[in-house]
Design a protein around this ligand. Structure first.
Ligand code: UD1
Ligand code: UDP
Length: 358
């Protein structure tokens, strides 16, 4: 079976690391990687291929940055030509970015079956670009691989139950598989002079927060306040760098702003933090995998299990709520630690097995 995998954004390189490794083990699966070029800075793209041994792409669409229409349109135009040439049995897409949307849309028009990994997630907030991308990708896909029971229910509610397969979360596979390698290969605590459980980790990049001056101002206000009493390490997404400049926001000198880090450094920074403050989907999950209290600066979460099990507090972009959640929550150990809503770390193997049968 020939599979064309379409990836283009940071979290997709992480997810592909475990699935592509499973494909490589099988003689009956041939994978062709297509990189859309949505992310292109070395620290947003190349580092993941190198560190996590993701097979390099055969094609790079070089779509780059731009408005949604322009970015997605550039991908579609080039992708169509390549898919016609490669004529795969299946197109594989991950998650909910514009690369996911372009991949699913293009394949469906060419009548190529689509597999969607991390399908069925919903925030029920259609103002999020990710929500639109997910809904479209789920509806166009032949097989929807779900991370959670919640995702299965969401697909059933959308009349897509027949396409849904529960496999667990591939990011949980990654969190388990790469930890040992990370510990051998790097030491971000030493590099940044941090002490275990004596700092907090921050990430913020979602459009709903960065593109809204009021929300980003509230977030920076909270972070500046928190950084008065604790070290805050902040690997900054390039999108947020741009908006901090645009809105002329001033981030306290006490906040340790650094360039985005590779996955291996990131998981060690996460595991050893006393708390994580984020608006990232992947980082919320990783906080839960490593059992670190997480404060999510969004109005809702798709990863509802992390909150239900006591490890994630949803504060929105309200500075008082963020500061209070941090004061109450950092360094604590919620009691419900045993549950495994994201599977057993074998999602990639299950996906591969299911696809080989299609
Ligand atoms: C995208 C996804 C988001 C995901 C995130 C992961 C969509 C709609 N959004 O958001 O769901 O959580 O990736 O990180 O697909 N930029 C650079 N260098 C890069 C990449 C981006 O400087 O390598 C800057 C550009 O100014 C660009 C901005 O970041 O305009 C946003 O990039 P874009 O790919 O459009 O969306 P993300 O915010 O990264
Ligand atoms: N990540 C990383 N370095 C960073 C920030 C994030 O390696 O500086 C990893 C993180 O560990 C997770 C993934 O990138 O595996 C999440 O990506 P992101 O937060 O950009 O997107 P989202 O998950 O919100 O779509």
């Amino acid at each position: 079976m020939k599979i064309c995998t379409i990836i283009g954004a940071r979290p997709q390189f992480v997810k592909a690391a475990v699935v592509s490794a499973e494909f490589a083990k099988r003689k009956d699966v041939k994978e062709v990687i297509i990189h859309t070029g949505q992310h292109y800075d070395p620290e947003m793209s190349e580092i993941f291929f190198r560190e996590l041994n993701v097979p390099h792409e055969k094609y790079n669409l070089e779509a780059g940055s731009g408005t949604h229409g322009r970015q997605t349109g550039r991908m579609l135009e080039k992708l169509e030509e390549i898919l016609l040439q490669e004529n795969p049995d299946m197109v594989l897409v991950y998650g909910d970015t514009n690369s996911t949307l372009a991949g699913a849309l293009c394949a469906s028009k060419l009548h190529i079956p689509i597999a969607h990994v991390e399908a069925g997630m919903r925030s029920f907030n259609r103002r999020m670009p990710e929500e639109i991308n997910r809904i479209v990708a789920d509806h166009l896909s032949t097989v929807n691989f779900c991370s959670t029971q919640t995702a299965m229910k969401n697909l059933k509610a959308d009349n897509l139950g027949k396409s849904a397969v529960l496999v667990g979360d591939v990011m949980y596979d990654c969190a388990l598989r790469f930890l040992e390698l990370a510990e051998k290969r790097c030491d971000p605590l030493k590099r940044l002079s941090l002490k275990k459980k004596k700092y907090s980790l921050l990430t913020c990049h979602r459009a709903e927060n960065t593109d809204d001056k009021k929300r980003l101002t509230e977030i920076i206000k909270a972070v500046n306040k928190i950084s008065q009493d604790t070290t805050v390490v902040y690997p900054v997404h390039p999108r947020t760098v741009n908006f901090i400049k645009k809105y002329k926001l001033s981030v306290s000198e006490k906040v340790m702003m650094i360039k985005p880090v590779g996955y291996l450094e990131m998981i060690l920074l996460e595991k050893n933090a006393s708390a994580i403050i984020t608006d990232s989907g992947g980082v919320q999950k990783e906080a839960f995998f490593y059992r670190v209290p997480c404060i999510t600066m969004r109005d809702e979460t798709e990863w509802v299990e992390t909150a239900k099990l006591g490890w994630n507090r949803i504060t929105g972009a309200d500075s008082a709520k963020i500061v209070k959640a941090f004061a109450d929550f950092a360094g604590t150990r919620p009691t419900k630690t045993g549950a495994r809503p994201y599977g057993n770390g074998d999602a990639a193997a299950k996906i591969t097995k299911a696809l080989a049968k299609v």
